[in-house]
Design a protein around this ligand. Sequence first.
Ligand code: PMV
Length: 327
Amino acid sequence: MVTSSAPGKVYLFGEHAVVYGEPAVPCAIERRVHVTATEIDEGLRIHANDLQLDGFTVEYSGDGESHPDVDVAESLVEAGMGYVNEAVSQARDAADAPEAGFEISVEGDIPLGAGLGSSAALVVAAIDAATRELGVELSASEIADRAYQVEHAVQDGQASRADTFCSAMGGAVRVEGDDCRRLDGIDTLPFVIGYDGGAGDTGALVAGVRDLRGKYDFAADTVTAIGDIVREGESVLGTGDYERLGELMDFNHGLLSALGVSSRSLDSMVWAARDADAHGAKLTGAGGGGCIVALDETDDALTALKYTPGCEDVFRAELDTDGVRQE
Ligand code: PMV
């Protein structure tokens, strides 16, 4: 039996623009998905008791069929099973053990579909645990690559390398097309996450930006401007100048709003954090609902968000310099 874990992430800068070849900077956070893999005679059994879905257990035998007793958030459960199924296939392939059977248990404290990279963390941890259980140790970059193939397969070709690379490597990373690398020397970033309890529809939001960009020059210019902010932000990151980083996060959020991907609850959480003197705040991920990230080393934004209408949960999640690891 092997347990591995992998972190979720926030976008410090660059979501949406990354789809058009601009760089982005996702950062791993101290919220993890833990996956335990045990080799069994045949098939695949999955237990997922705590992915912030009230509690469910799923068992199935590897053919993608869901168990009829599943009564909560069925589409999320099925999506989760799809990710685990494909991750296990990658592990079988890596270990040259096509018939290996597995029992997989998943635990996590990352809200699903809310811009925090829960599916990438699940896939990365599952590949690591299942390959180790078969006696094979993959490098973090090979896990990132295989995890990307999984997301690509499950999400019908709509996946960027950002989430899986960040989760496998940890720390702050830079992604530009297929070129992914870790940014050195960034050890700490005081993130506070606000969560509105919802989730955006990533496909629809990405399509909305594409339409806008095709229709209006301002939208194309906005995407380019986000790229400029990412490049500026990258150079500021290493200096530890939180004032300037926060200012750039604020600009990035404004540009994302202009592209139509913010929402009332995301905006009100962003403003609550700013009013509490956070250095800066922005939505993270596809938007439409889900999470914001604020930069604040005090407890002020955290406290303010607790009392902000529309904010369902708030927590501190520092930069996690560790990527995937065996527990
Ligand atoms: O919400 P997330 O964490 O899946 O991020 C989506 C990021 C986008 O740039 C909007 C889409 C993408 O594939 O890069």
